[in-house]
Design a protein around this ligand. Structure first.
Ligand SMILES: C[S@@+](CC[C@H](N)C(=O)[O-])C[C@H]1O[C@@H](n2cnc3c(N)ncnc32)[C@H](O)[C@@H]1O
Length: 224
């Protein structure tokens, strides 16, 4: 699954970058996710599965010039875009590696204040386990923030979810299949539920929000 995802995001890096930065309302959502990390100037934040780096400038805004932003992704072509997009900041670093085994040993500062993962946990084999590890990484007083797209639970959900399902099928590697043994949107929702639930269980304080007709779920958890 990892290789399939890497091939998919590698091939579509340019298009994904456009969508990631230009979709109406997406900048506001990214700013909101960065704010939910509750960062202060000088802090250190790690973004897991940073893709083409669309969140990184918002995180840099939060930690300022004296803070540190680290983006991790396992797909080289998207990471190259992230590297170019953040070349002006000397405190934003992008590393190639697996978000479930972050390559932080050599580069990590003593303390990581927050972890952000947007639109990533649905791609992981064990999303709840990854969230556990991220909670351990930030430790007491740290924050973990997840944002993910899943079927809406609003009263007007049916037409919204029909569009959502079509987008999920089209963007689920290998995308060439018309019929799946289990519905990719359902599978995605189960993974996202598992990840957000685990974060709520681990956190001492939780903030939940929904955006974009209820399709985007954002959960911020403060660790005890
Ligand atoms: C849908 S994109 C989201 C990118 C970015 N977070 C954003 O909000 O635009 C998912 C990204 O997660 C990366 N990814 C998926 N699984 C990963 C893993 N186990 N380790 C590192 N990166 C991963 C993919 O390479 C891809 O760039």
């Amino acid at each position: 699954m990892a290789t399939e995802s890497q091939a998919f995001y590698g091939r579509w890096a340019r298009l994904y970058d456009l969508i990631a930065r230009r979709t109406p309302g997406i900048a506001q959502l990214r700013r909101r996710a960065a704010a939910a990390c509750r960062l202060e100037p000088g802090d250190t934040v790690v973004e897991m599965g940073c893709g083409t780096g669309a969140n990184l400038p918002f995180l840099r805004e939060q930690v300022g010039p004296e803070g540190t932003v680290i983006g991790i992704d396992f797909t080289r072509p998207v990471l190259e875009r992230a590297r170019v997009a953040t070349a002006d900041y000397d405190n934003v670093h992008v590393l190639q590696g697996d978000a479930t085994q972050p390559p932080l040993a050599a580069d990590a500062p003593d303390e990581i204040d927050a972890v952000l993962a947007t639109f990533v946990v649905g791609m992981l084999a064990e999303p709840a386990g990854a969230v556990d590890d991220w909670c351990d990484l930030v430790g007491p007083d740290g924050t973990v923030v997840l944002a993910n797209a899943a079927p809406s639970r609003e009263w007007y959900a049916p037409p919204v979810n029909a569009v959502f399902r079509a987008i999920v099928v089209l963007s689920t590697p290998p995308t060439t299949q018309l019929r799946y043994e289990d519905d990719p949107a359902r599978r995605l929702e189960q993974k996202i539920d598992a990840a957000h639930t685990r974060l709520r269980e681990r956190a001492v304080a939780v903030a939940d929000e929904t955006h974009v007709f209820g399709v985007v779920r954002l959960t911020g958890g403060l660790l005890g």
